[in-house]
Design a protein around this ligand. Structure first.
Ligand SMILES: C[S@@+](CC[C@H](N)C(=O)[O-])C[C@H]1O[C@@H](n2cnc3c(N)ncnc32)[C@H](O)[C@@H]1O
Length: 214
């Protein structure tokens, strides 16, 4: 992932935002030590943003598409009320094993339910409403996740979709590969959807914040 924000600005923003919990720091550091794909972790600044969004909508039920080693799921569990639930979808058993160890160590880990298997199939089995839906899995399915997510989203809920700037590749026409094309299609679909209103926030790799029109 190519950083879109200068390291100095990123560090300044981080220093003036809600700090990372010690358990998330330990999880992030283990992920960085042991996984080549650790760059997928949202990290402390976007994590603080996700927590703020969850608290602003008073989220009790959160659905996450793409858990990886559990960092963002822990962000949500820490931010929502004690009787809240985070349902998180994943297909990678090795990543999930790391997540389970850290959820077991966290006082809020009991509020996280892991659903293994292709997320689109899991989403078909779920019943809404969810107050917050975070989409952060395979980009090829982003439009499918968005469409099903909208059916599951509470009327005043929020959907957050990660990596929508894709290291800046979204500017390229024609798109250089299938994943870039899928993200461009998602951004277009949301912008043209009369049911919703959205803002593309330039935090980290871009987060699309979507809610229904009232
Ligand atoms: C970008 S990572 C998620 C990072 C995570 N949100 C975090 O901040 O730590 C995307 C994850 O989606 C998972 N994934 C990919 N395709 C999937 C699918 N079809 N169903 C469920 N999970 C999938 C990958 O295994 C990977 O762990």
């Amino acid at each position: 992932m190519k950083p879109l924000i200068s390291p100095e600005i990123e560090a300044y923003a981080l220093a003036h935002s809600r700090p990372e919990s010690s358990i998330r720091q330990a999880l992030r550091e283990e992920t960085e030590r042991t996984r080549d794909d650790a760059v997928m972790v949202v990290g402390p600044l976007e994590g603080a943003f996700l927590q703020m969004m969850a608290q602003l909508v008073g989220a009790k039920r959160v659905l996450e598409i793409g858990m990886f080693t559990g960092y963002s799921a822990l962000c949500f569990a820490e931010a929502i009320s004690e009787d809240g639930t985070v349902i998180t979808c994943e297909i990678d058993e090795e990543a999930a094993a790391i997540a389970r160890r850290y959820f077991a160590r966290s006082p809020v880990g009991k509020n996280i339910e892991i659903r293994m298997g292709p997320a689109i199939e899991t989403m078909r089995t779920l019943t809404g409403p969810f107050d917050l839906i975070f989409i952060d899995a395979d980009k090829i399915n982003y439009v499918n996740y968005y469409q099903r997510g909208l059916e599951l989203l509470a009327p005043r809920g929020v959907m957050l979709i990660d990596n929508v700037l894709w290291s800046g590749e979204v500017l390229k026409q024609p798109p250089p590969d299938e994943r870039t094309a899928a993200i461009q299609e998602l951004n277009r679909a949301v912008a043209q959807d009369p049911r919703v209103t959205a803002v593309l926030v330039t935090i980290r790799d871009g987060v699309l914040v979507v809610r229904r029109k009232t």
